[in-house]
Design a protein around this ligand. Structure first.
Ligand SMILES: *[C@@H]1O[C@H](CO)[C@@H](O)[C@H](O)[C@H]1NC(C)=O
Length: 197
C-alpha cells in the first residue's frame, strides 16, 4: 500500500494530518467501483508538475520527502501553493537548511544531518499545502499543513477579463502567476515563498 510506505518514509509528524486524511478517504473509496472523481481533468497534480519546468525545484523537494505518490493519486484533494524556481533561488537559505545556525562544535552524524534536512524540507513543503479544494479567495485565510501557519488570500483590483486568481494577493504581497486544475486538486504558481527557511 502506497500510504503505509509513505507513512514510514515521512518521519515528521507535520504531514500526518494529510496522511490521516488520505487513509480515511482511502477506506471510503476502497471496495467501490471508482466513480468519476475528476471534475475537469484526468491528470493528477503530479502529472502536471512533472511538465512544469518553472516549478521543478519545489517538485523535486516534494518528491524528495516521498510526496510524489501522494500527489499522483486521487484519494483526496489538496491546494498547493507552488513557489516558482526563481523565488526559491532568491532565498538566502535553502529549504533543507536549518533556520537557526547550530552551535559551533556540535558534530552531527551524516544520518542526523540527513534527518534534519528532511525535516526542514517537510516543514517547508507543508507550509505550502492547504488540505482544501476549492479555496475561496475573498479575504480568506486557510490553515496550511504546517502547524500554526496559515495562508491568506485577498482579491485586488485588476483586469476583470483575466482569471480571478491573477488578481489575488497571497500573504499580502505574493502574486499568483499560473494555475493548473488537476483531478486531485489544484496548484497555483506563486512568485514568492510562504515560509522562509
Ligand atoms: C533518522 O530517521 C530515521 C527514520 O525516521 C530514524 O529511524 C533514525 O533513528 C533517525 N536517526 C537519527 C540519528 O536521528
Amino acid at each position: 500500500m502506497v500510504f503505509y510506505m509513505l507513512r514510514s518514509q515521512l518521519a515528521a509528524f507535520l504531514l500526518f494530518p494529510l496522511l490521516a486524511l488520505a487513509l480515511v478517504n482511502e477506506q471510503t473509496v476502497m471496495g467501490e467501483a471508482q466513480t468519476d472523481l475528476s471534475s475537469h481533468s484526468t491528470q493528477t497534480l503530479a502529472d502536471f508538475l512533472t511538465i512544469e519546468p518553472s516549478a521543478s525545484i519545489f517538485y523535486d523537494y516534494a518528491r524528495g520527502i516521498g510526496l510524489g505518490n501522494r500527489l499522483g493519486d486521487d484519494s483526496s484533494v489538496i491546494t498547493l501553493l507552488v513557489p516558482m524556481n526563481k523565488a526559491i533561488m532568491k532565498l538566502a537559505k535553502k529549504p533543507h537548511q536549518d533556520k537557526v545556525r547550530m552551535d559551533e562544535g556540535v558534530v552531527l552524524t551524516e544520518e542526523e544531518m540527513y534527518n534534519r534536512s528532511q525535516k526542514n524540507v517537510e516543514r517547508w513543503i507543508a507550509a505550502h499545502m492547504v488540505p482544501v479544494h476549492p479555496i475561496d479567495f475573498d479575504s480568506q485565510s486557510y490553515p496550511t499543513l504546517l502547524d500554526g501557519t496559515s495562508v491568506s488570500f485577498e482579491i485586488v483590483k485588476g483586469d476583470p477579463n483575466t482569471p480571478e486568481w491573477s488578481n489575488v494577493l497571497v500573504n499580502k504581497d505574493i502574486r499568483i502567476v499560473g494555475c493548473k486544475e488537476a483531478s486531485n486538486g489544484i496548484y497555483y504558481l506563486i512568485d514568492g515563498v510562504l515560509e522562509t527557511p
